[in-house]
Ligand binder design. Structure first.
Ligand SMILES: [Zn+2]
Length: 213
């Protein structure tokens, strides 16, 4: 996930809690649902409606390029009380591009999101593919970005149907403070979401945005 390895990533989260977040504090019985890669013209509105029905707030890590294509969806996510996060402008892999290009992409996405909603948004950044390099990490950390990874992968990128996704989520241990990775671009994620919310609620877990973790 982190180019330097999972152990180092967890070490960084411990050393630099204001800079790297993998899992929230377990004190409150809440988890953070995070949706990557949107906004999505067919799925965002459905996800928002399902979250409303489940009384859940979530965090959306948006791609700057997609946000500019669908600005009304970005404003809708924001105005309905969810947290916006930065997922880069064009979903570049930190391991495959030069540091300077990568940093410019992150800043460009941040600016795009802020222009769309007309407000400052939190500097929370989820690196595409979960990849970051030491060279790109430091300048972004110094610029005030909180790197948000995840402690639970729903595996919705690999699973192909809603029943299988629901079944998988039922089997994974999810506990207070977990940050759960989901994506906006799969119809099976949308179809499974109501049951996933019920399943987590049945485990006495509430839902929080990243800023509440
Ligand atoms: Zn992504």
């Amino acid at each position: 996930m982190f180019s330097a390895g999972k152990a180092i990533k967890y070490g960084l989260a411990k050393l630099l809690p204001g800079t790297v977040l993998i899992k929230g504090k377990p004190q409150a019985a809440r988890v953070a649902l995070t949706f990557d890669d949107g906004p999505h013209p067919q799925h965002t509105e459905s996800i928002l409606d399902i979250l409303d029905r489940g009384g859940a707030k979530a965090t959306f890590f948006l791609q700057g390029k997609e946000a500019e294509k669908y600005p009304a969806l970005v404003r809708k996510i924001f105005s309905r009380g969810h947290q916006l996060g930065n997922h880069g402008y064009g979903h570049l892999d930190a391991k495959r591009v030069a540091k300077r290009e990568y940093i410019a992409e992150v800043e460009r996405a941040q600016q795009a999101l802020q222009n769309i909603v007309g407000a400052q948004i939190d500097k929370i950044f989820r690196p595409p593919y979960g990849n970051i390099t030491g060279a790109a990490f430091l300048p972004l950390a110094l610029a005030g970005y909180l790197f948000v990874f995840w402690s639970v992968d729903s595996r919705d990128s690999f699973i192909r149907t809603a029943p299988e996704l629901v079944a998988h989520v039922e089997t994974i241990k999810i506990s207070a403070g977990d940050i759960v990775l989901l994506h906006e671009d799969y119809a099976h994620t949308v179809a499974a979401l109501p049951t996933i919310l019920q399943s987590l609620s049945a485990r006495s877990l509430g839902f929080s945005k990243i800023d509440g973790m």
